[in-house]
Ligand binder design. Structure first.
Ligand code: FES
Length: 125
């Protein structure tokens, strides 16, 4: 049975699974130029979506792990996401620290593009 069956009033309600539930539409893909990023608040948590010049889509926590500053106010150079305050840098594909002074990685969100819709889901770990 699909959720559409439920919408038509046939069958019993089907629970929304944890896999289906967390995706949130945050923007249109056309809102991004290659090499740009934008910040959003999803479920009370800050997330930054990066669209690299190579065409990749990545999403990470938008708060630097070194201090409380939004990463989307920094710069995106290739896959390097650079903090605006002290210059720590992170790999936007993995969240790994590429440059000090940060020592903890950024949590990676799930991200997907469906048609023109950009959707994110919180990290699974
Ligand atoms: S707050 Fe980001 S490097 Fe210090």
């Amino acid at each position: 049975m699909s959720n559409q069956d439920n919408a038509s009033g046939t069958g019993s309600p089907e629970p929304i699974t944890a896999v289906d539930a967390p995706w949130h539409e945050v923007a249109a893909a056309t809102d991004f130029t290659a090499g740009s990023m934008r910040g959003f608040v999803v479920g009370g948590r800050d997330v930054v979506v990066c669209h690299t010049k190579e065409g990749g889509w990545h999403a990470l926590d938008n708060i630097c792990t070194h201090g409380f500053v939004k990463m989307d106010e920094g710069r995106l150079r290739g896959v390097r996401l650079i903090c605006p305050l002290h210059g720590a840098s992170f790999d936007c594909r993995t969240g790994a620290v590429l440059g000090a002074p940060a020592s903890k990685p950024l949590a990676c969100w799930q991200v997907k593009v469906e048609g023109e819709r950009v959707l994110v889901a919180p990290p699974t770990t």
